[in-house]
Design a protein around this ligand. Sequence first.
Ligand SMILES: [Zn+2]
Length: 340
Amino acid sequence: MAAVTPGLVCSHHHLYSELARGMPAPPKVATSFQEILEQVWWRLDAALDLEMLEWSAKLGALEALEAGTTAIIDHNETPNAIEGSLSVIADACQEVGVRVVTGYGVTDRHGADGARRGLEENKRFLDVGGRCLVGVHAAFTCSDESLQGAAALADEYNVGVHIHVAEGPGDADAPERLAGLTNDRWLLSHCVYLPTDHDLKGTILHNPRSNLNNGVGYADPARFSNPVALGTDGIGANMIESFRLAYVMQRSVDVTVGPDPAWSWLENGWDLVPEARDDRVTWSYDPMDPWHIAFTAGIHPVEVVVDGEVVYADGAPTRVDAQEIRAKAGEQAARLHARL
Ligand SMILES: [Zn+2]
């Protein structure tokens, strides 16, 4: 017996961060979300080159397939390897057979020129027909000009903006900074410190494992009137695990709730990448019902079909060599870690 579902969607991922595993500990223990950014992620992203990014993305795409995830909404930040980065990610996912929507996270962290180059990479990728949402890191690392420029570029190409919003207390003024810029195509990631009553439009992306890992608190996404979808924020692409965590985190503040709301957040990914509805994942467990899955560990795909092609079967991808990807990613991780 096996159950079949559409391909799952990871609505917030950072494929550049797959090589972070095993990285050396930061020089001092980070004591806040801001320090975690400064001592871990902003050191890592600055050390990445395009070759590292390529194998990081292939590893992330491989692990997505291994979890039955056929579509990834990616948010890239490689400040010393901006130009061409979105094509590297798209090509890596194409090779493995996973759908990807990517964008470059515009930020003024490296000056106005860095922000301009980030915006230009989004435009370049859109111009070559790339599947793109204009990326913005977060309001708190962007000038008003950068925020307005990203919103205008997205409007020009009729796509949304993919941005971190109020993930930590340092971005609590995001609703004011983004006032008048958002629309229903925007994706707002985290929103832990976003007031329940706010004027931002778009889908809120809930990342339960990442929020726990950063100690930022519970976003309680059920309080918002916006649609909610589930992401991982770069820690793999196992959406069954994300659903299970989203359910128990909601349960931790409301013991009357069942798994259906968290499951509906997972299903909302299909509104963001509709093609994934036509993909087919055959699972090790039957039935794939939220009331079963919430209480069943170790569910995994047996076969994954993307756009009519079997891309994963018998425990292995069909287009690529999983062992080769893991070996090459390991070599690139060693290069990366040596730079930190
Ligand atoms: Zn993120």
